[in-house]
Design a protein around this ligand. Structure first.
Ligand code: HEC
Ligand code: HEC
Length: 298
């Protein structure tokens, strides 16, 4: 990279500093054209509506304060980055300071987390201190998607109920958080067409115990057993190993209206739970797991 801008900034800074000093010292002494008579205050000779301007130098304390700021700036520019690319003799960087603070916070938290080690997720779920930390971690890292109460919303599963895409045991939850999850519901438009989509949707209403069109549903049954059972199960109750949801209960990740269900089948669905192992330490994930587990147990 060219050093032009670095030198440009150095030149500007030095010229400004020298300029400021010059202005300061040039005005230090008053050179009068005429000597004032005894007992008279020296004047510049400027008169405005009868008001005369006195020729007084800056008071000493004021002058010294200016000098102090210049001295301060020079010391600062030697110690800290400021003069172009010159890093300053202390080697201070904002990133370094941030990392130091992070490290300090990490160390403090690790000490707190260490007190939870050796406790099972089930035990942690009953520990009020772990619950409090878990709730804070959840608010900071998970609430954007799952809601501050974990209740979920369209496309983001509710974590407080007994319905799980990938399983609700402590181990399942921990895996979901640590490694993330990817829902993979293919698009079926090119395979079964709009007719097939309408038929299988009616069939889903039938097995869910809802109002449905009997004729469409009976053709839909063939479509379902041909294309859907491999993931959603023969009974439509879903298979957690594939993250394929139960289609006959009242929980619908993407809405239960006929139009929403058809959209799910038409376009496919690909919900993504991002893996957390990079951002959160194992110890934090354990507390989050116990927090989510305790929410679902209440
Ligand atoms: C960017 C949005 C997003 C964030 C942030 C997020 N999640 Fe998720 N999470 C999802 C989605 C979407 C799914 C469902 C994936 C699917 O449809 O297959 C999910 C699924 C899950 C599951 C599995 C639910 C089940 O029914 O099996 C758990 C547990 C979970 N998340 C916990 C968390 C925790 C704890 C955090 C915070 C560390 C978190 N999530 C942060 C989007 C997110
Ligand atoms: C390869 C496995 C697979 C097959 C085959 C499959 N699905 Fe899915 N399906 C999924 C998964 C996984 C999800 C959840 C997607 C997500 O979490 O984002 C899903 C979601 C859905 C949903 C949305 C459920 C909700 O809660 O909103 C509907 C409806 C659905 N599937 C219907 C069908 C129908 C009908 C068929 C057959 C034509 C079918 N699926 C075939 C894996 C599959």
């Amino acid at each position: 990279m060219s050093t032009f801008w670095s030198w440009w900034i150095i030149a500007m800074t030095v010229i400004t500093t020298v300029g400021v000093c010059w202005v300061l010292f040039a005005n230090r002494k008053v050179v009068l054209k005429e000597k004032p008579k005894d007992g008279e205050v020296p004047k510049t000779g400027h008169v405005y509506d009868g008001i005369e301007e006195y020729e007084n130098p800056l008071p000493g304390w004021w002058f010294n304060m200016f000098v102090a700021t210049v001295v301060f700036s020079i010391i600062y520019l030697v110690l800290y980055p400021g003069l172009g690319n010159f890093p300053g003799v202390l080697g201070w960087t904002s990133e370094g300071q941030w990392q130091q603070q992070e490290q300090k916070a990490e160390d403090r938290f690790e000490a707190v987390y260490a007190t939870f080690e050796g406790q099972s997720i089930e035990e942690l779920a009953l520990n009020p201190k772990a619950f409090k930390i878990g709730r804070r971690l959840f608010g900071n890292n998970c609430a954007v998607c799952h809601g501050s109460d974990g209740g979920g919303s369209y496309g983001f599963p509710n974590l407080t109920d007994a319905d799980w895409l990938y399983g609700g045991t402590p181990k399942d939850i921990e895996v979901s958080i640590t490694h993330g999850r990817r829902g993979a519901m293919p698009s079926w438009t090119s395979v079964i067409g709009e007719d097939g989509i309408s038929q299988v949707t009616e069939y889903l209403f039938k097995i869910g115990g809802d109002e449905h069109d009997a004729a469409l549903a009976s053709t839909g049954e063939t479509v379902f057993s041909t294309y859907c059972t491999s993931c959603h199960g023969v009974d439509g109750k879903g298979i957690q190993a594939f993250g394929a949801p139960n289609l006959i209960d009242d929980v619908w990740l993407y809405g239960r209206s006929p139009e929403m269900i058809k959209t799910s089948i038409r376009r496919g669905r690909k919900g993504i739970m991002p893996a957390q192992i990079e951002q959160l330490h194992e110890s934090k994930i354990r507390l989050l797991t116990s927090y989510v587990y305790s929410m679902s147990q209440r």
